[in-house]
Write a protein that binds this ligand. Structure first.
Ligand SMILES: Nc1ncnc2c1ncn2[C@@H]1O[C@H](COP(=O)(O)OP(=O)(O)OP(=O)(O)O)[C@@H](O)[C@H]1O
Length: 264
């Protein structure tokens, strides 16, 4: 289990995190949903042990922690297979074994055999992000920290990768703490959605749900339902936009999504 208790963070005079209690159990996929700049990445960095909280306690019972970032951070001179095997090489595993593990994960994530030898400059953004995810899961992690890994991808690709990620997570039995500001992404992926307020961040909602990957229409509907909750609408409304206007706009989007899904 990862336990963050009474967590506070300040940078100089700026209060970033205003007191957060968050507990993540084994195998749980928890999405942190919050507006831009509210402190989500900072919380992930504290969980990873690369940032120190100003106050509070961090207890991490997970032993193998891996991270995935928005930018895939691949080695430009290494091919997809060697990039995905990078952590295993650093851990001292032999070449044949680590390349076999990396290859199996890449194929599960939608790589074709012909793409395994390609370098990052020959791969699309979606393929590079698959390599970054494979590099994390190759380590057999029990906790994966993911910081907006799909936010640079177009929506169709994002949907594909969300489904592949969920399958990989379930196969590995890993817990995941996944940061996003996209409500529909949260609804599609999460076992639990934790909503942060604008800075300084505190938790305004903690919603347990079943992930909704099966139907785009149902995910849009569930997103609209979340945004009808006043505390969630208020937390996610951009500055200067009334939460009610936002909920109305999301409702119209949901109807448009349903209409599109019906036409498929
Ligand atoms: N090292 C730092 N020194 C000073 N301020 C910082 C530092 N790191 C982050 N901040 C500030 O803390 C706030 C929260 O940043 P953080 O990246 O955690 O937010 P976020 O919710 O992940 O944002 P986004 O969704 O836009 O990525 C921002 O205002 C940021 O400018």
């Amino acid at each position: 289990m990862l336990s963050l208790s009474g967590l506070r963070l300040r940078f100089g005079a700026a209060e970033i995190i205003a007191g957060i209690d968050l507990h993540i159990g084994a195998g749980e996929l928890v999405v942190l949903l919050g507006p831009s700049g509210c402190g989500k990445t900072s919380l992930l960095r504290i969980a990873a042990g690369v940032e120190r909280a100003t106050a509070g306690r961090v207890e991490n019972g997970f032993r193998r922690v891996a991270m995935v970032f928005q930018d895939p951070r691949l080695l430009p001179w290494a091919d997809a297979r060697d990039n995905a095997a990078f952590g295993l090489k650093a851990a001292g595993m032999g070449k044949a074994e680590r390349r076999a593990i990396a290859e199996a994960i890449l194929l599960r994530l939608g790589f074709s055999a012909g793409d395994l030898n390609k370098r990052p400059s020959q791969l699309s953004g979606g393929m590079m992000q698959r390599v970054a995810i494979a590099r994390a899961f190759a380590l057999s992690p029990d906790l994966v920290l993911m910081d907006e890994p799909f936010s640079a991808l177009d929506v169709g690709l994002r949907h594909d990768l969300q489904a592949l990620l969920r399958a990989e997570v379930e196969g590995a039995g890993a817990a995941v703490l996944f940061v996003t500001h996209d409500v529909t992404e949260a609804v599609r992926l999460a076992d639990r959605i934790v909503v942060f307020s604008p800075r300084p961040a505190c938790v305004v909602a903690d919603v347990t749900q079943a992930p909704m990957l099966a139907s785009v229409g149902a995910a849009y509907e569930a997103s609209a339902a979340l945004l009808r909750r006043p505390e969630i609408a208020a937390a996610l409304a951009p500055p200067g936009v009334s939460p009610l206007a936002l909920a109305g706009a999301r409702e119209r989007l949901s109807l448009a999504g349903k209409a599109r899904a019906a036409l498929r």
